[in-house]
Write a protein that binds this ligand. Structure first.
Ligand code: SAM
Length: 321
């Protein structure tokens, strides 16, 4: 459906858990990061029931996120159930890749349309320093399994940060040179702990890549669900993309809403707690109430996000990145 500014909202990111098996410093600030009591997370049935009202509202594409969605045991089964809903055309997932190798068969069987892997460094020591876990080998195995899988759309996402990977961006971009996986550079947003890091803006990343690989050509039109702008380097088989919420705010084209693991619907990543759908899911049997609340939230989607730090309390892992 359209919001009051005429934007067509047809895509939702559903965070299925706030748990994660990594502790990325810009996302989960400390080792003992608080997580919600299990009973506050939406159940399998609640998520599926919520998804059933989406097609009538014009939302046809679902991304499962977290926390780490594969840390939740029933995520592949959930993906399969959502995929079977009439009017849901696409179910994708974003993951840190650590559990991917073992979950690929279940994701293939579920009919998942795409998987994005988040990876910010190719260096074991840096990976350990950033994520507080020695799991780079697992992510690499996950990427290999993903490349060899039948999952149609795969991508690698990297957040360029001066402190972490400023001198590695070329190596990370090179992952798009062969195989079938585009690489996207995502600007750090001042959400949660993100505001304490030195983001590298799109223009600076482009400059470094052009210096290494020569001129790049923009890819016309839209690839994928989101706001990424893609470019091609002549020697690369896959495009390199940029998602730049800060230097190129894409609010006027924003097509998405988000559901937090505890059932709050957020029409903008940067604003407030959102609308409490969990109470409706748990206390009302009438799906029309649910649909009405979602419609209202979409209608009231803010025109744009603030330019500076978001004035809210939740960290990214608690919202769903
Ligand atoms: N665990 C899953 C994953 O790694 O893809 C899903 C959740 S994670 C929060 C999703 C993405 O959000 C990751 O790519 C992470 O790098 C990114 N992220 C976390 N905090 C961010 C921030 N402040 N700005 C931009 N991206 C952020």
């Amino acid at each position: 459906m359209k919001d009051k500014y005429g934007r067509n909202i047809d895509y939702i990111r559903i965070s299925v858990t706030d748990r994660c098996n990594l502790r990325c410093r810009y996302c989960i600030p400390d080792e003992q990061a608080p997580v919600l009591p299990k009973e506050q997370l939406l159940s399998f049935d609640e998520i599926v029931r919520f998804c059933r009202v989406l097609p009538e509202l014009g939302i046809h594409r679902v991304k499962l996120t977290g926390g780490e969605p594969l840390a939740r045991e029933d995520t592949p089964r959930l993906a399969a159930a959502i995929k079977k809903i009439d009017g849901i055309f696409q179910v994708t997932l974003t993951t840190n890749g650590t559990l991917l190798a073992e979950k690929i068969p279940a994701l293939e069987a579920a009919g998942v349309d795409g998987v994005n892997v988040s990876l910010d460094t190719l260096d074991e020591e840096r990976f350990r320093a950033l994520t507080r876990r020695p799991y780079l080998g697992r992510v690499k195995a996950g990427l290999e399994a993903l490349n060899a899988s039948s999952i149609p759309k795969i991508k690698l996402n990297c957040v360029p940060l001066e402190e972490i990977n400023g001198d590695e961006l070329e190596d990370i971009a090179l992952l798009a040179k062969e195989g079938r996986m585009p690489v996207r550079f995502i600007e750090m947003m001042p959400v949660g702990s993100g505001r304490e890091w030195t983001m590298i803006p799109e223009a600076a990343v482009k400059e470094r890549l052009v210096a290494a690989f020569g001129p790049m050509t923009p890819v016309e039109g839209r690839l994928g669900n989101g706001p990424a702008a893609y470019y091609r380097f002549p020697a690369f088989s896959n495009p390199v993309g940029f998602i730049s919420a800060m230097s190129h705010a894409f609010c006027e084209d924003c097509n998405r809403i988000r559901l937090t693991p505890d059932g709050f619907l957020r029409s903008c990543l940067f604003y407030g707690n959102g609308v409490d759908l969990k109470t409706i899911l748990r206390e009302e049997n009438d799906d029309r109430q649910l649909a009405r609340a979602v419609r209202q939230a979409i209608w009231e989607k803010p025109k744009r996000h603030p330019r500076g730090p978001a004035g809210e309390d939740r960290k990214m892992y608690q919202i769903g990145g």
